[in-house]
Design a protein around this ligand. Structure first.
Ligand code: HSE
Length: 307
């Protein structure tokens, strides 16, 4: 196999209570990439459509993640990468993660899988370091493993796959503004109170237990963020109205997707997730904010090969 065409899913990081540690992969939205082996060493971004992003290897997240893999590989050749962006940069659903994870996953597959998925997470995190200044794994891990993932530890890296109930659906609305992860990290406090910590880790444990037990009510009660959401929500137009509308409609929970400005909700069943989407659209229509909406089941596989 010399060439691979793949789908790289969008992802929701943090999932309210799990800043930098929880994430899930989506099915209905993602990028496409074509990765091709070549005899010359190194990585070349040969095409980049859909977004205005740098094509120089060292300035492109797929390029940087790919170089991290090549550095540890015995392969003497290189790769050409075409990127077809469907995920908008700065939308909060893992645009940089999709490119970083997609590049290393395709390269590893073309090389006959010399690296484990956990190792691919490490390579892809280099793309995240370039994009946001911090090598966080909560988008690249679900993109690579699929489903829900927990970063149990960063040093050493320890990723845990979390099972989830099949009726869990996500709704994501993207107000048409761009928020750079690097900027939305700068406004966060570097210390938290013990009281906030107690609430937050109670919810992380509750969410994980709810996912294992298929207990939708427990999942809903646990989708709360006492630390990051109160600060970042200020950057998002209509956040409070949109969230209360989604919860009144019947969403289990609602919060900021990754570093925003997208807002996500989780619901039981596709129909409820669609209704939540309608409620979110109405809120934004009423206040005159342009948006994109995605309703998606959770993507259990992560990155997929396309024909
Ligand atoms: N955990 C990261 C953040 C995710 O919230 O900054 C960025 O998509």
């Amino acid at each position: 196999m010399e060439t691979l065409k793949i789908f790289c899913p969008a992802t929701i990081a943090n999932v309210s209570c799990g800043f930098d540690v929880l994430g899930l992969a989506l099915d209905a939205v993602g990028d496409e990439m074509v990765v091709r082996k070549r005899s010359e060493k190194g990585i070349r971004i040969t095409k980049l459509e859909g977004q205005k992003l740098p094509m120089e290897t060292h300035l492109n997240v797929a390029g940087v993640a790919g170089l991290a893999l090549l550095e540890q590989s015995e392969y003497q050749g290189g790769f050409d990468i075409e990127i077809y962006k469907k995920i908008k940069a700065g939308s909060g659903i893992g645009s940089s993660a999709a490119s970083s994870a997609g590049a290393v996953w395709a390269m590893n597959t073309l090389l006959g899988n010399p690296f484990s998925t956990a190792k691919l997470v490490e390579f892809a995190m280099e793309g995240e370091r370039l994009a946001s200044g911090v090598a966080h794994a909560d988008n690249v891990a679900p993109a690579l493993f699929g489903g829900f993932t927990l970063v149990r530890s960063y040093h050493p890296l320890d990723i845990v796959q979390i099972p989830f109930p099949s009726e869990l659906f996500a709704t994501v609305i993207h107000p048409q503004i761009e928020v750079k992860t690097a900027d939305s990290r700068k406004i966060l406090k570097t210390n938290i109170s013990l009281q906030d910590g107690i609430k937050q880790w109670g919810n992380v444990g509750g969410l994980i237990a709810g996912l294992f037990l298929k207990d939708y009510a427990l999942i809903g009660r646990s989708l709360q963020d006492h630390i990051v959401e109160p600060i970042r929500s200020i950057l998002i137009p209509g956040f409070d109205d949109l969230k209360s509308g989604a919860l009144q409609t019947g969403a289990l929970g609602c919060g900021i997707s990754g570093s925003g400005p997208s807002i996500f909700a989780l619901s039981k069943g596709d129909e409820m997730a669609q209704n939540v989407g309608e409620s979110m659209k109405k809120t934004y229509r009423d206040i005159g904010v342009d948006y994109d909406v995605h309703v998606s089941k959770i993507n259990a596989e992560g990155i997929k090969i396309l024909d």
